[in-house]
Design a protein around this ligand. Structure first.
Ligand code: SF4
Length: 164
């Protein structure tokens, strides 16, 4: 199966702080979870994207949070620069990859203002989470692409098996 995956989950240093969110090397995951992640990555066709880099932002970059979750969307970085267009462009590029390659499922990094599929930070830069979606996760789901995060690897595995 073809799967779109957040670059940082694969170990690429694309995060705002110049680091990555590698699942394979994260001590918070049990070995069995890492093994399942690696099996999925090895047995499927993986398309890696960092929407924020694809949208023209650099690494490292200022931390950004969504201020408006409805159109017109608004994303500001911690210095109050408007980076909405970069986030929208990255989301569109991720969607284009999915539509162009027949990708029906994505594994995206949780809590990210681009990739988060369940929760994101609330826009205050105080570390508060709210039940909202990142702009890429939102656009993919609006186009019927199923999105899982790195804590839903078992669910992703079930989806793959059920849709073979
Ligand atoms: S935008 Fe997504 S892929 Fe890029 S660093 Fe943030 S969470 Fe990872």
């Amino acid at each position: 199966m073809k799967i779109l995956v957040s670059s940082c989950l694969l170990g690429e240093d694309t995060r705002y702080d110049g680091a990555n969110s590698s699942v394979a090397l994260n001590p918070r995951f049990r070995f069995a979870q890492k093994e399942l992640f690696m099996d999925i990555m090895c047995e499927n066709e993986i398309f890696s994207i960092c929407p924020e880099v694809a949208g023209g932002l650099g690494v490292p970059r200022n931390k950004a949070e969504i201020q408006s979750h409805k159109k017109p969307f608004l994303v500001l970085d911690e210095k109050q620069n408007d980076v909405t267009i970069n986030f929208l462009l990255g989301a569109k590029k991720a969607l284009d990859i999915c539509l162009g390659n027949g990708i029906k499922v994505a594994l995206l990094k949780s809590k990210s203002p681009s990739c988060g599929n369940k929760q994101v930070y609330d826009g205050t830069f105080l570390g508060n989470l709210i039940d909202e979606k990142g702009l890429t996760a939102r656009l993919l789901e609006e186009n019927s692409i199923k999105v899982f995060n790195e804590y839903e690897i078992e669910e992703l595995n079930k989806f793959i098996k059920d849709n073979k």
